[in-house]
Design a protein around this ligand. Structure first.
Ligand SMILES: N[C@@H](CCC(=O)N[C@@H](CS)C(=O)NCC(=O)O)C(=O)O
Length: 231
């Protein structure tokens, strides 16, 4: 009864780092369900493509296939209603939409310069070619032009999180006293950069940095224990 979770990886299969995949990984942990990570590559999507899916996260829950991180969270809530809810009702879904919009407009914009070359360096050669071509086409710049130097990239990332700093001064989690899907949505982006960075990109002395550490230590410290390029 193990859920298969397809996860983006590179040359080292122990380093799995998709920002959206982390949303789903934390979702499955939140639900307390057994899962197995299946390595997935930009240029070898055979594991999911046969089921009609070309992006990750994708899950196979004993024959039920779901793709897209939000759809996966909603499926898990529907399929496992006796386990803790990820998105508890319409108000939490609306809250998620706001958090996701802030992340898309602020945090990703700051995270991409920090992560782009680091992700590229982790990928297998054929995936590097694909990644360069698709990302340069999408962003209209070369990877080298997008790349931000560590000190500046870290400061910009911290700056992009100021709205969350103000929030975490008043609440331990976006879900209140316990995390919900909005927490995992933000966490996914930050864990992605944390895994791929040759330097520690998180400012741990800020309220958001402290929240990051709180989430990392949940579920027996699952996220804190995974392999990063620095470990
Ligand atoms: N909206 C999707 C986005 C998923 C997504 O873009 N995943 C990336 C990896 S982080 C992907 O699979 N890209 C495939 C490609 O670029 O070919 C979600 O939330 O799951």
């Amino acid at each position: 009864m193990t859920i298969k979770l397809y996860e983006l990886t590179g040359k080292d299969e122990d380093i799995m780092f998709g920002p959206f995949c982390w949303r789903s990984r934390m979702s499955v942990l939140h639900k307390g369900l057994d899962f197995e990570l299946v390595p997935w590559y930009f240029t070898d999507k055979s594991g999911t493509e046969d089921a009609g899916f070309t992006t990750v996260p994708t899950i196979n829950d004993n024959g039920v296939w779901k793709s897209d991180s939000l759809e996966i969270a909603q499926y898990l809530d529907e399929a496992y209603p006796d386990k803790p809810a990820l998105i508890n009702g319409e108000a939490e879904l609306a809250q998620f939409q706001l958090v996701n919009a802030v992340i898309n407009s602020n945090v990703f914009a700051a995270a991409v310069p920090a992560a782009v070359m680091q992700v590229y360096n982790l990928l297998r050669e054929e995936c590097q070619t694909y990644f360069r071509q698709t990302r340069e086409e999408a962003l209209g710049k070369t990877l080298e032009e997008i790349h931000g130097e560590p000190e500046e990239a870290k400061a910009n990332l911290a700056q992009s999180l100021s709205i969350f700093d103000a929030t975490f001064e008043n609440t331990p989690y976006l879900g209140g006293n316990k995390p919900n899907y909005s927490d995992y949505t933000l966490f996914g982006v930050l864990k992605w950069i944390d895994i791929v960075s040759t330097y520690d990109p998180i400012s741990h002395d800020t309220p958001t940095g402290q929240w990051f550490d709180r989430i990392s230590n949940l579920y027996d410290g699952y996220a804190a224990k995974v392999k990063t390029v620095r470990s």
